[in-house]
Design a protein around this ligand. Sequence first.
Ligand code: 23J
Ligand code: MN
Length: 262
Amino acid sequence: MSATPSDPLPAVLQALASGAVRVVDLTQPLSESTPVLRLPEPFVNTPGLTRRRLSRYDDAGPAWAWDVLEIGEHVGTHLDAPIHWITGRDGADVASVPPGRLVGPAVVIDRSAECAADPGYLLTVGDIEAWEADHGRIPDGAWVLFRSGWDARADDEEAFLNAGPDGPVTPGPDVEAARFLASERGIVGFGVETVGIDAGAAGGFDPGFPVHHYVLGAGRYGLTQLANLAELPPTGALVVVAPLRLVGGTGSPARVLALVAG
Ligand code: 23J
Ligand code: MN
């Protein structure tokens, strides 16, 4: 098979080979110490990761090592499928997400300075419109990634979950920004560095957990616990999101990669 003059893939492969295009891992390491969401009573919480050994080059398997996993669907860097939320219950499970939705442009809205000053910072429609004034309208089919700087806390569960006397204090969109992203723009999904796509205080918003409510309700997807968003430009990166194709799954741990120039 030879490349036709209009085939763009040889140029992409050449750019990867030369280093003109780099692959950035947006995935947090997944282990028994990966922090997980803590919902208040009376809600049931997800377990994190546990592993049981099958063999380690021993009597149970002399030449091989392998383990069995127990893990919540919503642990670590993971995708939220529409059916995760009641507003999206008639939408897609994680196995039904079309592959073309999992590869696409990323835009990065950076409010890390604001989040450093105020860990409960809420992303607003004004922030999104200010970003568009600088970089153009959020393209249809884009993944919108919210850079908060929270990935620096990922190895410290207490700092990452940041529980206060009135609940978790972590950044995320306000109600109007969640509605705007779901209804006013043709995004594929919304990604964050925090434990959930909603702000820590969002259980008390109206509606509760508005990003879940509006974004998953609109048949779009969520991505959590992302790393290394600081390495992405505001526009121009390409993301590859790879959750398990789990039949009936409400979400799945995912490997998330970005292709960036330079
Ligand atoms: C269930 C209820 C509330 C939240 C979540 C799950 C998540 O963060 C999640 O992983 O989807 S906020
Ligand atoms: Mn989730």
